[in-house]
Write a protein of this length. Structure first.
Length: 79
């Protein structure tokens, strides 16, 4: 996230944090899948900037952006 923030000239505060919760459960089709929730805290960064510039870009480019066989349900959340 800091990489993309730097490219967009956005300061990420030192007390920024990322909390990830991972669960497992049945999918609608056969088998089981992972449910990943990512909560990002960016004190001092406007919510619109955080959502549009940082959270969405970082989520699209993260390793989880190409989940294996669409078995992951990823929910990014701005705290």
């Amino acid at each position: 996230m800091r990489f993309y923030a730097g490219q967009n000239k956005i300061d990420v505060p030192d007390d920024a944090s990322v909390n990830v919760t991972v669960g497992i459960g049945p999918r609608e089709d056969l088998g089981f899948g992972l449910d990943v929730k990512i909560k990002v805290t960016l004190p001092g960064v406007e919510a619109a900037v955080a959502e549009e510039t940082l959270l969405q870009v970082a989520t699209r480019s993260a390793p989880t952006a190409t989940p294996p066989a669409a078995a992951l349900d990823i929910t990014p959340e701005l705290a």
